[in-house]
Design a protein around this ligand. Sequence first.
Ligand SMILES: [Zn+2]
Length: 281
Amino acid sequence: MRALPATVLAVCGLIASACGGTGTGGAAAGQAAPATTAGQAPAATQAKDAPPEAKDAPPEAKPLDGKVVVIDPGHNGGNYRAPKEINRKVNVLTQMKACDTTGTSTNDGYSEAAFTWDVSKRLQKILKKRGATVKLTRSSNDGVGPCITERAAIGNKAEADAAISVHADGSAPANRGFHVIMPKKINGPVDKVVDDSSSLGVAVRDAFRRGTGLPYSTYIGRKALDYRSDLGGLNLSTVPKIFVEAGNMRNATEAAKFRDPKFRQKIAVALANGLQHYLQA
Ligand SMILES: [Zn+2]
């Protein structure tokens, strides 16, 4: 991470006056600026940089202004109704794979699709408030698909600065914790974003741990970081992209947390913080 330029940029983004040169004399500048500054050396430069009138000032700058984020809520609530469509094989470059799956659920029937949809909507709201343009890969939780190939294509088409696929795992009941999955080089289009995806993954891992208090996965990856070359959503991405597996829905402790809207909000805030950290680095 380059600490210095990032900090400077962040300050510019947050406080326009710190970088835009509108600093002092804002109110008076409209009338008397040329006269009062005339004594200083490069008069031409001063005039060019003169601030616009106060009433034309842009709205307050937000930390993610100009950034595009694509959120992919894993699976879809209607997938179980359309096995033929969902099981259709698609090419994910390293293998042929099902178009999508139904996802898992807690033991008492709270589906992964409902969970990922809720967290993604919350995350969208937070990121928009911070200035980002946000696109989701599906528009409801009662539809079917889209295929994993299409989920990747949506991020690519949006030329997202970052893309995140939200999931939760369905592992053995004693297994605990969250993990982040990042792409590997596969001699394919994803290769050029593998390094950025890795940075994104670490930023989200750190923010998720801090924000949710959930442990690193006890059963996958190292320190909650995993790298895979079998996921279409990653292999086909040409923008920095990760998957987050928020925890194990088959573990009673984590299932109870996932059912709690306040905890889902905590997850969404943590993901937003991780994304923001990456996007401002
Ligand atoms: Zn999933």
